[in-house]
Design a protein around this ligand. Structure first.
Ligand SMILES: C[S@@+](CC[C@H](N)C(=O)[O-])C[C@H]1O[C@@H](n2cnc3c(N)ncnc32)[C@H](O)[C@@H]1O
Length: 268
């Protein structure tokens, strides 16, 4: 470690990290042998894991496009991950070049690759904030330097909340963030479930735990509870592969992540 490195920027290659394992699932190059080893162990247990990761990334793209096409021009994406094109800002700015995007992650590997997240349109803004989702007030404070919180924001926590247990404040994180947003804002979530393939998912969770990563799977009702007080947009809480599907019929059908989008009511 050099004198300028801190714990926040040090990349630990001795144990797997969620962002890097997910990068391996997506066919990326920004991962280390420990991440690949865990990815291979998970895919040996659960053949559907690769498809689930890709379906989740595709959900992010469709949901970002849908909210941008609804007229949302500000985005706060927490748990962004290692850049994989198209990234959220590229989708938002392809709909409206003046879109403003704040990315947040707590993994130093994402910080190391953040420059790819900052190459946006000249009309728009992209910003990267290194922060922990479990500190939503600090995120809001930093996001407010780029986003006008009096206007609608699309808040996305995609494949993030399964790393935050209810006991660790998952609901308080979401409600603190949503409460700070203006009417008309959107909440975009996806997270792991064991509803479709309980045994494989439980074995996968055990493999992650052996690698030092704690994961929580939630039922459909538990996912829906994050949207309390919001209007759930069609088609509600469904497998990410079935949320407004755009691919071939082969791409559809349950994968072990639920996805949904809600809107903060503009009615009083
Ligand atoms: C599976 S990746 C998802 C990436 C991207 N959102 C997507 O769905 O394509 C989860 C990301 O959440 C990040 N993450 C996990 N726990 C976090 C926390 N407490 N605060 C901020 N980011 C976190 C990880 O570093 C990782 O980049």
């Amino acid at each position: 470690m050099t004198g300028t490195e801190s714990a926040a920027t040090r990349i630990d290659t001795t144990r797997p990290h969620p962002a890097r394992v997910y990068d391996w699932f997506l066919g990326g190059k920004d991962n280390y042998p420990v991440d690949e080893e865990l990815g291979r162990r998970i895919t040996a247990i659960d053949q559907g894991a690769l498809r689930a990761a890709r379906a989740n990334r595709a959900f992010m793209q469709r949901a970002a496009r849908a909210v941008a096409e609804d007229g949302i021009r500000q985005f706060l994406d927490i748990g962004t991950g290692i850049p994989t094109e198209p990234n959220l800002h590229q989708i938002a700015q392809s709909v409206a070049p003046d879109s403003r995007v704040v990315y947040v992650d707590n993994d130093p590997i994402v910080l190391a690759h953040a420059s790819a997240l900052l190459r946006g349109t000249p009309e728009g803004v992209t910003q990267y904030v290194q922060a922990d989702a479990r500190d939503p007030r600090s995120i809001l404070e930093q996001a407010a330097r780029v986003l006008d919180l009096d206007r609608p924001v699309a808040l996305s926590l995609i494949a993030l909340l399964h790393f935050v247990a209810d006991e660790d404040g998952a609901h308080e994180v979401v409600s603190t963030l949503v409460d700070a947003l203006a009417p008309g804002s959107r909440l975009v979530l996806s997270m792991m479930t064991a509803d479709f393939e309980r045994e494989n998912v439980e074995r996968g969770i055990a493999a992650y735990a052996a690698g030092g990563v704690t994961l929580v799977a939630r039922s459909r009702d538990e996912v829906a509870a994050f949207f309390r007080g919001l209007d759930l947009l069609e088609p509600g809480v469904v497998s990410v592969a079935d949320w407004r599907p755009a691919g071939t019929p082969d791409d559809r059908g349950p994968v072990s992540l639920y996805g949904a989008v809600g809107a903060k009511s503009v009615r009083g």
